[in-house]
Design a protein around this ligand. Sequence first.
Ligand code: AMP
Length: 512
Amino acid sequence: MNPSNQNLYARFHTAFAPTLERVAIETDHGDQYTFGDLDQHTARMANWLQSLGLQSGDRVMVQVEKSVPALLFYLACLRTGVVYVPLNTAYQAAELTYFIENAEPSVFVCDPARESDLLALTQRLGVAHLATLDATGKGSLMDAALTQAPQQTIQPMQSDELAAILYTSGTTGRSKGAQLTHGNLASNAQTLLSYWDWQNVDVLIHALPIFHVHGLFVAVHCALLNASKMLWMGKFNPQQVLDWLPQATVFMGVPTLYVRLLQEKTLDAAVCSHMRLFISGSAPLLTETFEAWQARTDHTILERYGMSETAMLTSNPCRAEEGPRKGGTVGRPLPDVQLRCVDEHDAPRAQGDVGAIQVKGPNVFPGYWRMPEANAKEFTADGWFRTGDVGRIDVDGYVTIVGRSKDLIITGGYNVYPAEVEGFINDMAGVDESAVIGCPHRDFGEGVVAVVVAKPGVTLDPSELSQQLKGQIAGFKVPKHFFVVTELPRNVMGKVQKNLLRQTYEKVFEGA
Ligand code: AMP
């Protein structure tokens, strides 16, 4: 192996090469792959990509169901030095047209069921090769890979060369392609490995989708860099998680997975006694969930914060000597990450004051794919990336996210941070969860609106909620309307889609 090769796959290979016969992945269908199998399959797929004439820097776009072969194909792309571009399986033809035109991939991999629909589209847009892969790993990609040799020389890469492009969820305007380099991903994985104290004996339950930073980078990279076994689930299944807990040590989930697991009657401290670490991220973890988990399992969830553009930025401590895990916070900046909260002139706010979060570090992406205007806007002249999140840093250095800057409500000239109001509403008797949004208002610019979900069997009275809140927070923060709904719209990563709520309620103040 070339010791100066900065290819991320080369790092994984160095980690697992001494243990090729050990099981790397065991699936919920009982399939097993050793590290040797993983290395051989990825070599075959890499050879196939090279046989098509692909070179480092070429893009490969993938829209398939989660499966081990889909993961192996990601690793094969790393090996070959081509840029992996995963897409959410929910995207339809109009969205795919945009992504293909923007990224200009040489290869597109889809589910066999969509092949005939996508053939004309990909041909029209100049994609040279269309291949298929289904949820069980069958398809033309696998057929072609199996004709190739199981050895391959890992492509030498520099740390600033691209490994992947992740399209942001694009809740406002067009989705942007966040470019991640081999160096970005390697440095973040290495930092997490040591900060989260990964051990030889660690076994990870992999329950997340693999088209997103959480499941694809955080979970997979930590496990591979530590040569740890992954217990691999195609789709999240709470009972399967419970069955695996006694042989696992690490679980990573979005908050909704924790909520779903808490609904399982058999979840208790005994079933979690073999576990070392429960990690949550990608969306805010409610204090109620954090506390309920502690009470039921004797484990304190470690909440961390990151995004597609930067991978992980902050984390609550893993080791007790580094401090407590504080619920409602996302912990401190990771060792090599700089994070600050600033005002509208990019000047740092006083400690404890709310401001826009900006970050710097070896994990921060070099910019969006082919979007010079966005890059000029999203980075300061001295290289800080504007995350779009708003937060504050407490006296111990812990960060609290109060919302996205685009979700900030300005009503009659006053700033209202939705997360603060949601916190008060969520603490009220009978409330399960809530989302606070701003809707157009002729006098105030925006008016505050709350969308609330009741606990099962409870009937909430909106005027009662409003009355209770008036005694607790300033009048301008109290929502002028409360809507009680059965559930909040969420995307697959558990994030509440406030853009959809704003659309639904955009006319509530008409005539006000
Ligand atoms: P994505 O790029 O899809 O991972 O989305 C990143 C965004 O998710 C961040 O900019 C935050 O707004 C949000 N996010 C991620 N982790 C957390 C967390 N632990 N608490 C609150 N928001 C989070």
